[in-house]
Ligand binder design. Sequence first.
Ligand SMILES: *Cc1c(COP(=O)(O)O)cnc(C)c1O
Length: 392
Amino acid sequence: MNRDSRKHKGINTRLAHSGHDPHGYFGFVNPPVVHASTVLFPNAATMESRNQKYVYGTRGTPTSDALAEAIDELEGSAGTIIVPSGLAAVTIPLLAFLSARDHILIVDSVYHPTRHFADTMLKRLGVEVEYYDPHAGAEIAALIKENTRVVFTESPGSNTFEMQDIPAIARAAKARGAVVMMDNTWATPIHFRPLEHGVDISIHAATKYPAGHSDVLLGTVSANEAAWGQLHETHIAMGCCAAPDDVYQVLRGLRTMGVRLDRHEANALELARWLEGQPGVARVLHPALPGFPGHNLWKRDFSGASGIFSIVLDGGGREAAHAFLDALEIFGLGYSWGGYESLAVHVFLGDRTIAPVPQEGPVMRLQIGLEDVADLKADLDEALKAARAASS
Ligand SMILES: *Cc1c(COP(=O)(O)O)cnc(C)c1O
């Protein structure tokens, strides 16, 4: 089955078969893991012209091509670069498109390390950095200036899950010639395809659901035809390539991402709905809940949800948050998400400059894993009791 005939197949068929043609490599189902710096040329003339498919390890191998082609197929992109972390997947495209005196608009609910990069490195390089309200839709036009080069989006936002009107923002940005980037880690290309909604560059921390096992760091950046040349050139210039074993692990993870994500979604939704009715919970921040502001945007643009959301505790401060975390037995206390196991974090929101932060109590982010949901519920029940005891 080739790429064209896969186009109209279901998502799980595409996840299972994109990115590698077994008959191009002796029939082996999976591609080889190519460890390479040097690539040999057959003669001096070829060495001079570099007229062969692979020329050096930093510029791609059959392993990295397999993953890049799979992601291109899922994102509908013209090209994909693979980098050593999700954060590198944010920083490389920003460096690719921004120059001194350019202006960038970044959503205020952005992943914190993206903000850190903008506030340190980009400012040092002379880029004018400005944050905007995640609920700005078409009105973002008023913030776009003569020198606005990039509009950076992330939907839903990190930790508080604000939904952005991506098509409206993309239309406004494109009308003024700005490049639109989106950190699409939460949805994965299964639930949202940014390039079909006017975005130029779609970013993933493949560390999360694509890898899926909390043991690999990787990032992917996919561009449309117009943005691909500049992105690819920067990737080569930076020498920021990923290691072959990690690339292979993510390709392996993609094969099962559909079934894993279904379970993450179902477990998370069941818990989110249950948590809405629990004493000690002021609010549940999950875009698939009908009462969540932005739910309509999620319903209009996304085909599903993943397994991470937050709850706002009803009162209490740091003590209640710590009591909640310390009472958990199945949920681990740790950063990142997308793995098979459940995790909880007391969220830091002190970096927000525009987006209002929940005031009722501490915000606890929950990554819902693949465990049995009844066990997770019992674990959260104990944690809520501990939080209530600590805040009364
Ligand atoms: C985790 C994350 C990243 C960074 O990924 P790493 O591989 O951990 O560097 C980027 N964006 C979002 C939205 C993330 O959640």
